[in-house]
Design a protein around this ligand. Structure first.
Ligand SMILES: OC[C@H]1O[C@H](O[C@H]2O[C@H](CO)[C@@H](O)[C@H](O)[C@H]2O)[C@H](O)[C@@H](O)[C@@H]1O
Length: 597
């Protein structure tokens, strides 16, 4: 049986991440960065596209697994007739180059272990040349090389374009494998001690998790979400990727398969808000600084996403040699949404910078000048149709959420000036602009007949992003139009107890997103409904929905982007920052008031 998305756990070193299946196989790993070519791409293809499996000989999926509490160190265990075996997986903090450490340990009895390593560089396409050197198996292909060794040494042999070993461990015995990536033109990498790497990883992650200020219900999954957000952070620059994968499908067998290994301003600014709320000021500051570097320049050149180091060009291409997860083709790398106009991003960025200032993050030179330039740009552009936060590919529209977020941008600029008289800006002009946007949204984005805001001006369609209207302060939660919108979205976009982001089928005209219909419920939107229910005084319903959503995390606390309520499985890229951000936010909203801070 093919693995499901929720069968995977993630390990990583804050520069890249690997997905480990319940069968002990690493099926996804891009080296050396999140957005590099994958050397294990079985996730999106088959065994010929690369994987590394360590498990008891002849065993299937594990008996149990879990992270060591408050860490990103994964233990996978099998009970077999011979005894119990544990494999501990981690990627230690790197000094220069990345290592994958896999420690095999006999828990009881005497178990025969099998390791099968098939490296396929450049997204599962290139079989490397192999050689032996200083007790290592060295694989080389183009710019990439990997060095495999074990401590103590176990025999490896080559067969069937892979590297294999078989050995036995008795109770208390350990064998550690280390796979190190290295630029192929350089001499052999520095060796790390895998056992020390294990203890320092456990110590460092526990220290980090201990800084979380949330102490309310569901603390375990909140901390797991924060660890996941940290794992999706590219440490050298502070950039945060939207997910560790590309092309996990939003519909099984469908074409909605996108590359999320980049930094979206939207997803990342929301991460910053959550990090600040949970007490992680340093990380929030690092991200804020990444943002200021990335968007430096002219506001008309602002992009909605960047590479982890701020790269601007992310051309979208298809990888025809990968069949796709469960046959969901095409597999894409790069993302052409990079060139879209998404007006909401200005609101999210201004909101985050406002929040950063409020939270006491030290202001940076030019930050206010940049904010003023963004507002000047928006002043000219906010009337334009755009692709909106869902990055539609069916043409630009006058999306109501985009205009609401344009209002947010101007509102935060006004409030900053009001609270910081030492800053300069056009207070009266911005107040007038804020009022103008508000009036237009209420006149054109609201359907009085149905008492709901609509997806775009003049449309009868709904959009779950409008659940954010009370949260961003556009209207108070008790405004009848807000209550009507929450009810309409819950009724029309609700599915199996969760929420879809919009209708992917439009009987009245061309489909808004320009793609074949059908996708799962959108998890972030489902959390937003819980927030909106809570804010509009329906706390019991909000808690019930949060509990249902908390029940969707996989056995190690992870969420993809979407959920197929009918099939009962997760969909979309994994683990996804957007979903985990929303989970933490809702926990803080529903339970955090007394406990946090
Ligand atoms: O489903 C269509 C779009 O899907 C992706 O965008 C989604 O993911 C982004 C990252 O988490 C998020 O910011 C955005 O709001 C989501 O709609 C994809 O990147 C797009 O290219 C695609 O059109």
């Amino acid at each position: 049986m093919n693995p499901r998305i929720e069968d995977y756990a993630v390990i990583g070193d804050e520069q890249t991440a690997a997905l480990v299946g319940r069968d002990g196989s690493i099926d996804w790993l891009c080296l050396p960065r999140f957005d590099s070519g994958a050397c294990f791409a079985r996730l999106l293809g088959d065994e010929d596209n690369g994987y590394w499996r360590i498990a008891p000989k002849g065993a299937g999926t594990c008996t149990r697994r879990g992270y060591r509490p408050d860490t990103l160190v994964l233990d996978t265990e099998w009970d077999t007739p011979e005894g119990t075996l544990r494999v501990t997986d981690l990627m230690p903090q790197r000094e220069k180059v990345p290592d994958v450490v896999r420690i095999v340990e006999g828990v009881s009895g005497r178990v025969t272990v099998r390791s099968t390593l098939r490296l396929r560089f450049d997204h599962g396409s290139i079989v490397p040349w192999m050689r032996r050197s200083d007790g290592h198996r060295v694989a080389v292909a183009g710019p990439d090389s990997t060095w495999l060794r074990s401590e103590p040494h176990v025999r490896t042999w080559g067969e069937d374009l892979g590297t294999h070993s078989e050995f036995t461990v008795a109770e208390g015995e350990r064998v550690a494998f280390v796979l190190t990536w290295h630029p192929s033109h350089q001499p052999r990498p520095r060796l790390i001690d895998p056992y020390k790497a294990l203890s320092s990883s456990v110590r460092d992650w526990r220290h980090w998790s201990g800084r979380c200020r949330y102490d309310g219900p569901y603390r375990d999954i909140v901390v797991r979400s924060l660890i996941t957000l940290k794992a999706l952070t590219y440490r050298p620059t502070g950039g945060i990727v939207a997910a560790a994968t590309t092309s996990l499908p939003e519909k099984l067998g469908g074409v909605r398969n996108w590359d999320y290994r980049y930094c979206w301003l939207r997803d990342s600014t929301l991460t910053l808000n959550v990090l600040l709320a949970a007490g992680y000021h340093e990380e929030a500051e690092a991200w804020r600084d990444w943002l200021l570097r990335a968007v430096a320049g002219s506001p008309e050149d602002l992009q909605i996403m960047y590479g982890v180091a701020g790269e601007r060009r992310l051309p979208e291409t298809e990888l025809p040699w990968l069949a796709g997860f469960a046959g969901s083709a095409p597999v894409r790398i790069g993302n052409s949404a990079v060139d879209q106009l998404q007006l909401d991003v200005y609101g999210e960025v201004m909101d985050s910078l406002w929040l950063a200032r409020q939270s006491g993050l030290s202001a940076r030179p030019h930050m206010w000048a940049l904010q003023c330039a963004l507002i000047d740009f928006l002043d000219e552009q906010w009337r334009q149709p755009d692709e909106g936060l869902w990055e539609v590919r069916g043409g630009r529209r006058q999306f109501t959420h985009s205009k609401v977020m344009a209002w947010v941008a101007v509102d935060r600029a006004v409030r900053t000036l009001e609270e910081h008289p030492e800053l300069e800006g056009d207070l009266s002009g911005w107040r007038a602009l804020r009022d103008e946007i508000h009036a237009e949204v209420c006149a054109r984005g609201y359907d009085p007949e149905r008492n709901t805001f609509t997806q775009y001006y003049g449309s009868r369609e709904l959009d779950a992003s409008l659940l954010l209207i009370p949260r961003v302060g556009f209207l108070p939660p008790d405004d009848p139009r807000v209550i009507g919108t929450v009810d309409a979205i819950a009724a029309d976009l609700g599915e199996g107890g969760f929420v879809r982001r919009y209708d992917t089928e439009d009987p009245e005209g061309p489909v808004v997103d320009g793609l074949p219909e059908g996708e799962g419920s959108f998890l972030a939107c489902s959390f937003w409904l819980a927030d909106a229910l809570y804010m509009t005084g329906r706390a019991d319903e909000a808690r019930a929905l949060f509990e249902r959503l908390a029940g969707l995390v996989n056995d190690v606390g992870l969420l993809a982007e979407e959920y197929d309520a009918e099939a009962g499985c997760q969909l979309g890229n994994f683990p996804q920052a957007f979903s985990h951000i929303a989970l933490v936010n809702t926990a803080l909203t529903l339970f955090g008031t007394e406990e946090a801070g």
